[in-house]
Design a protein around this ligand. Sequence first.
Ligand SMILES: [Zn+2]
Length: 665
Amino acid sequence: MNKFLLIFFLFFVSNMSAQQTDYVDFKKINAFVSFDSKGKRLAMKVRYEFDIIKDIDSVYIDARNTYHYEFKESNFKIYSKNLDGNKIVFYTPAERKFETGKNYYVEIIFFSFPKSALYFVDNQIWTQGQGKYTSNWLPSIDDVNDKIEFDLSISYDKDFEVTANGELSNVEASDSIKTWHFNMNKPMSSYLVALAIGNYNKKTEVSKSGIPLEYYYYPEDSLKVESTYRYSKQMFDYLEDEIDVPYPWDIYKQVPVKDFLYSGMENTTLTIFSDALMTDSIAFKDRNYVNVNAHELAHHWFGNLVTAKSGEHHWLQEGFATFYALLAERHIFGDDYYYWQLYEYAQELLEQEKLGQSTSILDPKSSSLTFYKKGCWALHILKEQIGEEAFKQAVKNYLTAYQFESAETSVFIQEVEKSSGIDLTEFVETWLKVVELPQDAMVKSLKKSEFIQEYLDVSCDTYPSKCNDYLVSDISGKAKVKILSQESYNVKEEDFKNSWEVRQAIAQNLTEIPLELKKSYESLLNDKSYTTIEVALYNLWMNFPEDRSRYLEKTKDLKGFSDYNVRMLWLALNLNTLEYQSEQKQQVFDELKNYTSANFGFEVRMNAFNFLKLINGFDEDSIKNLVDGTEHHNWRMQQFSKNLLDELSQIESYKKIIDKLTNKG
Ligand SMILES: [Zn+2]
């Protein structure tokens, strides 16, 4: 290609690129995908179908990171250019124009080594489009406003489970390879395209409305299925009922993956979530998947069906998903739970405000906290203000009017004004535009809950005369937890008779254990909570050195949460209890060190690194694992590893090893 032509294309594309959706409507993308997972290479044949809305000279697709492509077939004569390695532009030299009202198609073969948006992790392959751009692995349209029907076919080793957006329509098998064909019937933005491959079993249910619900899990996690996916169907049925717009898609699947970038991602019909959220029935009380489950499901209406036109309107996705997830939880856990969460969201927002970091909801640069939790609060207040009926009607009208399209905040507000007959100028100003939180309105709303009112009222500082009786009274568990955190409160024997939640607060607050409470405190090791056990084990070990072996013996079979919180503490305490298992110290140390390796999820690894730091126990193997962590695809792990490595570099003996490993020595 000569220079003149290159300049021509650059000028041309930059001129029209922002508004291609005004000229071109991509209708369908059919991708046949195959992997060379050893080489982390991807080969694809993709067919694009598009309609021309207005005459235009060229059409582009976003194709980040494609190293080679070939045209196969098309119904127009192609001239093309890979622009900056980011876009492929089609141009028709013969006719000069793509003509209004005509349909075009083109088939292209691609080869690439995706560096983001598609990840090879151990024996899994999975994707993350939002924030990463799907066109890093699947050349398509990054603009959220062009909604396209994506149908994926994937060829892979027949021993694996393969899934992608939509219903499985057909499977073809040859010797060792299977091809899975998936079908979508409706269009969506490309950031919602997804696939996941790994070793999975699945459990299936059907919603009240007849939608298949599929819960994927690793074969070894079969005992965690019930507690992880608890309330899934109940929440699905509830949201369909509450939103009063049928679930817009044909199937709903949820798949855990290793070292995921976030908690969960609402890819249409295929929510992908972190396998660290797989919970057993004991962990469930302290940490579970319920909220993330409800949140990603709610996005299937708010985000996937109606998509925010631009960053300014992001709360139409996150604020709504947070609010409807909370409504689903209210349906299951009750009103007190609902108001308690609102109270906690308010605390977080106030904290942000104190730091001077509050923003308007409509500021595209807002924090997640603002989009999610201030957005949720805004909807809570709006519903309170206009009443349940008008609110429901407005949401239904909004979803119906803009289904399979994108929308702005103003059109939602118009729907609410229409259904309620109330002028929302003040609401929009206070909740969406102004930076500062309307604190008085928030407190007023929270106090509608007697549960919150009671929580705010109880205090040993304000009512010292009542203080002694609080823990044996019938105030709520949360109110008792508040009392326990107050300095003037002294824990008594009877206090241990409370619920697990209150007992956990005793474990956390009573760090110096009086001898007369030793027996009661030891009973905390029997509680069915990994948080309580972790804290109690540590405090008992610290307070009563003569009983250390007994405490370790009692907890030797526990792992704890998916990050092995109890086990990791146990190993560190064991190494510091010379009289216990004195012959096995090397084995114990090796186990702790082993948890830093890539065989484990990054949460486990981070935990193990922290304990090694605490006991000053790094060696070449664990430092090597830390150096590897600085290249990890998950930014949390990457950041953690870099920071810790910097810290270790300050220590001379470690610095030598680090320099050797990073070739600086
Ligand atoms: Zn979300």
